[in-house]
Design a protein around this ligand. Structure first.
Ligand SMILES: C[S@@+](CC[C@H](N)C(=O)[O-])C[C@H]1O[C@@H](n2cnc3c(N)ncnc32)[C@H](O)[C@@H]1O
Length: 299
């Protein structure tokens, strides 16, 4: 594992936007490999405190290693970021100076075939980010109706062929031939003939993204939870979101719009995109959008 492989997306832009004060307290709600967290701790300095959250224990272990020699104090928290206020209460932390959400999955999730996230790797249909959660992709697909599958493909994947793919998935379910990531890829290929496939991306990209979002309930009340977390910012404190698809970005945008009516100022009128240099050296950053909001001083 090289640092290059896990380079944090838009690291400089993120740190510039957060403007963390020396000796302050901040939350990295999605610590992952700890790339952003390390930069945050360096900005906070020896007297700083970082709450580092992730619901994937493997990621939390990676972050612990990455941050072993970082300055300041780190509280590692294995939890869904939707519990951010409760976790701060448990740590007896009232206000924080900065909060970062680097949303979505980690590259490592795609690289481990056993986790079932990738259409390029044969594996079980798992796709859970939090492996203490009960429902795998196989279980979700097992209980979801045709309508639910089609809706997920459309809403979470933007899949134009949602109806045909959902139909084929249901047929395979009935025949007992929907067990692995390869089976799911086959279902997509059977449903969408070559001349109707998108050229730019693998035909199963949208299906895998949609099912992953459904299994992990990634967009469930995300805007509400972002707003709730922002209430824990100290006056002048900032929150940054990095999103990678339209559903995530919409949630951040809606949350920030609501917050701007009650004591917060949107810093990024338009989301910031990564530089062409960054996209060239790290293609997985290409869809990233950075948004930032600040709590007004008088609140
Ligand atoms: C894009 S990665 C973060 C990468 C990180 N910024 C770094 O520098 O390495 C997103 C992380 O968020 C975690 N995650 C996603 N949804 C979460 C949730 N609801 N609660 C807690 N962690 C979550 C994932 O497990 C993953 O490790």
């Amino acid at each position: 594992m090289t640092l290059e492989r896990h380079r944090p997306v838009m690291a400089k832009e993120t740190l510039d936007a957060l403007r963390l004060p020396e000796g302050g307290v901040a939350v990295d709600a999605t610590v992952g490999h700890g790339g952003h967290a390390l930069a945050m701790l360096q900005a906070l300095g020896e007297n700083g405190t970082l709450v580092a959250m992730d619901w994937d224990e493997t990621m939390l272990e990676n972050a612990k290693q990455a941050l072993a020699n970082a300055p300041g104090r780190v509280h590692f928290v294995h939890a869904d970021y939707r519990r951010l206020p409760e976790e701060l209460d448990a740590l007896k932390i009232d206000r924080v100076d900065g909060i970062l959400y680097d949303l979505g999955v980690n590259r490592e999730h795609f690289e481990d075939p056993l986790r079932g996230f990738s259409f390029l790797r044969s594996g079980p249909l798992d796709m859970r980010m939090d492996r203490s959660a009960k429902e795998t992709a196989a279980a979700w697909l097992g209980r979801a109706t045709y309508g639910e599958i089609a809706r997920a493909l459309r809403e979470f994947g933007g899949e134009r062929h949602a109806a045909e793919i959902a139909k084929r998935i249901v047929e395979r379910k009935k025949a007992g031939t929907l067990r692995t990531t390869d089976d799911l890829v086959e279902a997509v290929l059977e449903a969408v003939p070559p001349h109707r496939r998108e050229k730019r991306i693998h035909p199963a990209t949208r299906t895998f993204q949609a099912i992953r979002i459904a299994v992990n309930q990634e967009l469930e009340d995300l805007d509400y939870h972002i707003e709730r977390a922002a209430e824990r910012l100290a006056p002048g404190g900032r929150m940054v979101t990095l999103s990678y698809h339209s559903g995530e970005d919409r949630a951040a945008k809606n949350a920030f719009r609501n917050l701007s009516r009650s004591g917060f100022k949107v810093i990024t009128k338009k989301p910031i995109a990564p530089s062409t240099d960054e996209v060239a050296s790290n293609p997985s950053a290409r869809s990233a959008k950075l948004r930032c909001i600040e709590r007004n001083e008088e609140h």
